[in-house]
Design a protein around this ligand. Structure first.
Ligand code: HEC
Length: 134
């Protein structure tokens, strides 16, 4: 009985891995308030309280889609947050967020439909950011 159950689980797992759940925008909003709003502003418009002391202005994150022909650039955003695409403003090769956003256990769908592996907090942030596009 136990062996049959294990076997059933093994068969079920690969199918499950293909169901890509969108991130949780509510969680993402809380993460954004904690980790990003100081620079990007509470609504992501680039007007955080640290903005005046930065040499490079924080990006207005409500314009990511409109700056990319109406398509939210999921892959680019993921890589800019996790440091695969290092932004000097995010710490360059010394990522600002340390290990918190690291991990590759959560698949999300890039704009071209390809799955990319990232961490749960980044998937949640991306879901929130998608919701604030203008
Ligand atoms: C210390 C200030 C600071 C913090 C904190 C910060 N950012 Fe940024 N971020 C910036 C600046 C400044 C830029 C613009 C960099 C540039 O243009 O080179 C930027 C750029 C970006 C971009 C690229 C936008 C584009 O147009 O390509 C994304 C996406 C982004 N940040 C997301 C985030 C997220 C999500 C967080 C929180 C996890 C965060 N940032 C935290 C300062 C910050």
């Amino acid at each position: 009985m136990k062996r049959a159950l294990t076997l059933a689980l093994l068969i079920a797992l690969p199918a499950q891995a293909q169901d890509i759940e969108p991130g949780d925008a509510m969680e993402g909003g809380e993460l954004f308030a904690t980790y990003c709003s100081a620079c990007h502003g509470t609504e992501g418009r680039g007007d955080g309280r640290m903005a005046p002391i930065l040499n490079v202005l924080p990006a207005d994150l409500t314009q990511l889609s409109s700056g990319n022909a109406g398509v939210f650039p999921i892959a680019r955003v993921v890589f800019q947050i996790d440091g695969r695409d290092p932004l000097l403003a995010h710490g360059g090769d010394m990522p600002l967020f340390g290990e918190f956003f690291q991990g590759a256990d959560t698949p999300i769908k890039a704009e071209d439909g390809q799955p990319i592996m990232t961490s749960k907090p980044i998937a949640d942030l991306v879901a929130w950011l998608q919701g604030i596009q203008e």
